[in-house]
Design a protein around this ligand. Sequence first.
Ligand code: ADE
Length: 246
Amino acid sequence: MRLDVVTVFPDYLAPLRLALPGRAIDRGILDLAVHDLRAWARDVHKSVDDTPFGGGPGMVMRPTVWGDALDDLVRPAVDESGERPLLIVPTPAGRPFTQTDAHRYARRGHLLFACGRYEGIDQRVIDEASTRMDVEEVSIGDYVLIGGEVAVLVIAEAVVRLLPGVLGNQRSHEEDSFSDGLLEGPSYTRPEVWRDRPVPEVLRSGNHAKIARWRRDESLRRTARRRPDLLDGADLRPADLDILDS
Ligand code: ADE
């Protein structure tokens, strides 16, 4: 996967070269490039923003600078495989980013992230880009960050860990929270008793069917307590309903 990030703070994205994404780069699974938007600025001050039409506080990022950056990074508009790049614009005004999106993005060949700062990017950049690439404006939650950089770290990490060959054990993300529409239940490791707290007996029983049922029940109870909204979309079986009723 090719992953381009355009930002006025390239240093913010340094963590993408650490740990798991760093390993994906070393193995050639991920081709990461972080670009300084100011490289496309036209004036001596390298300015990338201007006052908003219609008035109001803050500054808006200039379409001229963003347009040139996207032209350079998305050339040709369709890659060798015939696929269009996907431009992802993190913004608190976007659609909520979910695990389903992470899986969808992980199947793409080229992701391009545009980090907005200030009051955001001139909307025409997004509208014009939509004519030649797929574009999604996404939010990582109902709160406002200073810019899109941290959101890119979040989204990129969620996507990169799904790329084939990145996680050692394929099952570990098949059993993630959200993969079956539910939250994952609790986990335990040695010692068997710690500060008078034993690991649940069933996990030490060696009975795999019982362990699977216990995990499912814990997952259901946790979801019902913490995120009841997820139960509507989950694939529930008859035995699950008994747990939720109890
Ligand atoms: N930029 C600022 N706040 C954001 C948020 N909550 N999600 C995505 N991008 C953002």
